[in-house]
Write a protein that binds this ligand. Sequence first.
Ligand code: TPP
Length: 375
Amino acid sequence: MQYPETELIEILKDAGVDFVSSLPCEKIKGLICLLREFDIHVPVTREEEGVGISAGAALAGRRPAMFIQSSGVGNMLNALLSLTVYYRLPLAVFVSRRGLRGEKIKAQIPLGKKLTSVLRASQLGYTIVNSRRDFIKIPEKLKMVYREERPYFFLLNPAIWKNSFEVTESTVSKRPKTGDIDRGMLMLPRPSMRRYEILKTLRWYLKDKVVVCNLGFPSKELYHLFHQPSNFYMLGSMGMATPLGLGIALCSDKEVVVIDGDGSLLMNPGTLATVAFMRPPNLTILAIDNGVYGSTGCQSTHTSVVSNLSVVAKGFGIKNVRTLSTEEDLKKTLKRLGKGPAFVHIIALVGNEPLPPVDLSGREIKEMVKKFISS
Ligand SMILES: Cc1ncc(C[n+]2csc(CCOP(=O)(O)OP(=O)(O)O)c2C)c(N)n1
């Protein structure tokens, strides 16, 4: 029997979709894997960016579609209304719906629950696709998108993908396993540790500091390895770990360490310019760069192929930038890091430690960290 993913891709191809962009959600990792079948597939760094790129593609005569998580609808709204709607451009947006009943990640609920209200308030049309049987509704609506030149949403229930194929790390990650990594003229050291091993090494360094940790597996791993009341676990809000850490550092004398990821930094890289501009001496960013979106199926990020975050941080004006990949270098560097703001770029292997979610509520995390900051 055909997989739901292949069936959906065929519907899109039949409708003449010839330009796709995406930002992964764990629930649609199989679907994202198949997007390479399209003429052009652009993996974007932020959903809003995808709206702009799709608008350009539409101007050049293409039929664009996007694949994102429902949280990303929040990121794209302004561009969608002021660009796609205002200029009357077509865009089909396939949304992996989160925050429904049974959602394990509670931070998905506030926007997830309001998603249809947000779309209605913005006068954006949508079709709810709860099961594979609902695929029958899609072709007509797709025709309408390209005929009437307007955006339209397809809200995909996670239950659709129950009988999907397995996606493994090796099918999606592009980072070479051996040898130094060549990014044009810029060599990066060969990775030797996964995020989990890196976090293990950091125990002594993180102790009694405010630690803001990236969402998904990074927070699960930190919670499991080294929970302390000064750890702020991001449970959602991709791209907000460094801004949150910056805000704390600017308003407190505590040492603040952000554990961020390449995917999340690429979603909101401008924050590194703000860090450089504000120059908080008590802020250190540990950028664990495994070259993938680790928490959503290990799809490659641009750092695994072309982009170098050390150069980005320097270019934005951060002076104290270190690049490393071994346990020994990590320990040595952190012992003599000097004044912040500092950006420690740690090149890492792909891989997550299978662990349960952080079992603290947002409110518990807030109270715990607030108390520590004011102590
Ligand atoms: C706006 C938005 N889009 C997509 C997601 C889905 N998502 C959750 S974690 C994640 C990957 C984060 O990757 P990275 O920062 O590189 O960290 P890693 O897990 O690789 O350590 C993605 C894409 C999300 N939470 N929010």
